[in-house]
Ligand binder design. Structure first.
Ligand SMILES: *Cc1c(COP(=O)(O)O)cnc(C)c1O
Length: 462
């Protein structure tokens, strides 16, 4: 299987090459040139299998021959061994026909561990085999960074630099990034918003001299391997509710469109998904775009669900690529217009998007009210991101089709908002209870490309 760029101007790559490079050289994102199919019988055969076995069967056709079956199965086993729940992604019932998929039992308590723990294993294996070393630079609104650091800390073949917006991540998120002691871990508190961090990251990738000089690799949600790892839990959860013989819908709290795009891939592979509902907070560019076709960036308004405080949704480009009939030139044109402030999705493409996706938003008050109601009614403590999802799911739910809402983080990762809403301050799980006592190590940096490049060059072994 080959991977092609959404802008149509970069060479096609293998899975391993696409994973190691992250962003395509024409600025686009890699997508598979075709989507492998799972038949109803293949899906039925997933019943009763472990999460790891489902992961192997769902991802195997995308991986190619870089990894043998034995090696790939072994990497999956290692990736999920550190999770605090035997089911990895347990499903709990919230209400009749409404289920919560708990994706927060990994080492950093957010769903990003599902992809990042696997990517850490895949990178280490591939780089060791090739005798290479890379510099990973990531931008984070909080959870990606901690998940990446947790996945790559202490590895020999990798330095990991994480840019996060100074003062705009929660204390738990910050401490998860600044307390690891391994010398290959570099937390950088940058001036600005998440979108600024993401823009500087893109600048570094588009600076080919720098990119090649430090052997830059990206593990942001634009990395195809991350999307792929997230496809798995759509299968495991739908199967446990009766797929392929019963259809399900999903509501996904999202900003960068990564997690919900994985659901779309699951659907394209043959999983009978009815609706994929995009749930945004007050930074609702995706909801506005799916409602009106206008994709116009606004200023980011900080919210209590900070991991979705985004105005430029990188993975949306992958959905646009399909909606425009895989026309890389059309996507390139839209992205050029975006640089000048925004674009309008054509009627045909909007129609194509709406065949799969619905959308809704939750205000700050609605998010708090949902946390309060879920706690009072069901004894379920939701993190603010998951609460955005539950609010939108309740508003949009078709009673005839079971709804699965993705719970993307553990409530203890956002204790202030949860306490404000419910009066309960959720404790950290036992295994990370000393997080508040560990010393922190962080570098402050300006929102400036040259300064960031120098900082990275000085830190890596030459
Ligand atoms: C990253 C994150 C999201 C948004 O994920 P996307 O990649 O934007 O789909 C939602 N909730 C939490 C807790 C996150 O960490």
């Amino acid at each position: 299987m080959k991977y092609i760029s959404t802008r149509g101007q970069a060479p096609a790559l293998s899975f391993e090459e696409a994973m190691l490079s992250g962003l395509a050289r024409d600025g686009g994102l890699y997508v598979p040139d075709s989507v492998p199919q799972m038949s109803a019988a293949d899906i039925r055969a997933l019943h009763g299998q472990s999460y790891e076995e489902v992961a192997f069967r769902v991802m195997r056709p995308f991986i190619g021959d870089g990894f043998t079956d034995e090696v790939f199965a072994d990497l999956i086993a290692k990736a999920y061994a550190g999770f605090g729940h035997g089911a990895r992604a347990p499903l709990v019932q919230l209400a009749p026909g409404h289920f919560l998929l708990e994706l927060f039992h990994g080492p950093t308590l957010a769903f990003k561990d599902f992809a990042m723990q696997l990517i850490g294993q895949l990178f280490e294996e591939a780089l060791t085999r090739r005798g290479e070393r890379v510099t990973i630079v990531g931008a984070t609104s909080g959870d990606t960074g901690s998940a990446a650091i947790e996945a790559f800390r202490g590895l020999d073949a990798v330095d990991v630099f994480i840019l996060y917006p100074h003062g705009r991540v929660s204390e738990v998120q910050r401490r998860q990034m600044t307390t690891p002691v391994e010398s290959n871990v570099h937390a950088i508190a940058m001036d600005g918003h998440f979108d600024d961090c993401q823009a500087r990251l893109k600048d570094m990738f588009n600076d080919f001299e720098f990119r090649d000089g430090v052997r830059l690799a990206g593990v942001n949600s634009i990395n195809w391997a991350r999307v792929l790892a997230q496809v798995v839990y759509y299968f495991s959860s739908a199967v446990s509710l009766g797929a392929p013989d019963r259809r399900v819908s999903f509501t996904v709290p999202t900003g960068n469109f990564g997690d919900i795009f994985a659901g779309y891939i699951a659907k394209r592979m043959g999983l009978p998904i009815d609706r994929l509902v995009v749930a945004t907070n007050q930074n609702d560019i995706l909801h506005r775009c799916l409602s009106s076709g206008g994709y116009v960036t606004d200023t980011v308004t900080p919210s209590i669900s900070p991991s979705m405080d985004i105005q430029v949704s990188s993975n949306f480009e992958r959905a646009l690529f399909d909606a425009y009939g895989r026309d890389g030139n059309a996507v390139g044109q839209l992205m050029a217009e975006l640089k000048a402030g925004g674009f309008t999705v054509s009627q045909g493409a909007l129609q194509a998007l709406r065949e799969h996706f619905d959308s809704g938003r939750a205000s700050e008050d609605e998010t708090l009210a949902t946390i309060r109601a879920a706690q009072a009614g069901m004894g379920e403590l939701l993190c603010p991101h998951s609460a955005v999802g539950v609010h939108v799911a309740e508003a949009q739910r078709d009673p005839a089709v079971p709804m699965i809402t993705l719970a993307t983080a553990h409530p203890a990762k956002f204790p202030d908002a949860v306490e404000k809403a419910s009066g309960i301050r959720p404790p950290l799980p036992q295994r990370m209870a000393d997080l508040y006592e560990r010393p922190e190590r962080v570098t402050r940096a300006p929102n400036d490309l040259a300064a960031l490049k120098t900082l990275i060059q000085e830190r890596i072994p030459s």
